[in-house]
Design a protein. Structure first.
Length: 138
């Protein structure tokens, strides 16, 4: 069994952002030479997420509005976590959107359903954060 590891780094100018990383993951898969296996993609920070969904701007806008209703950033005093910090909401948003995805690799390709794309979700941006891509298989 072979394995391959690659890290991506993101530094978004905004607190909240959704970035389509499907091309980056496909590139890593190509570099790996693995034809059959599994591809794990996970955010390595507790205020960021990796998830699969449609790449449609209206949906992304809906995510932003929905997440802000679930865990509004302001007032920061509403979160016990924010004693000395201001990102309590980002931790909750990450919990809802998820830490990672695993995608089957078949015939050297990501085995997606229709419209599926992989996204990095940032909920407390403005600093470097990493995403791990780990591919195992033959």
């Amino acid at each position: 069994m072979k394995n391959y590891k690659k890290e991506l780094t993101f530094n978004t100018p905004a607190r909240l952002a959704f970035i389509n990383i499907t091309t980056d993951v496909k590139q890593a898969l190509s570099e790996s030479g693995i034809k059959e296996g599994l591809c794990l993609v996970n955010a390595m920070h507790i205020t960021a997420s990796v998830f699969i969904n449609d790449d449609e701007s209206g949906l992304h806008s809906d995510f932003e509005k929905w997440l802000e209703k679930l865990a509004p950033h302001l007032p920061v005093s509403q979160y016990a976590h924010n004693a000395g910090e201001d990102n309590g909401d980002a931790h909750l948003k990450r919990q809802v959107m998820g830490r990672e995805v695993v995608v089957a690799v078949s015939d050297g390709k990501l085995d997606f359903g229709p419209w599926e794309q992989i996204f990095y979700g940032e909920f407390d941006g403005r600093r470097d954060k990493r995403v791990l891509i780990k591919i195992i298989g033959e």
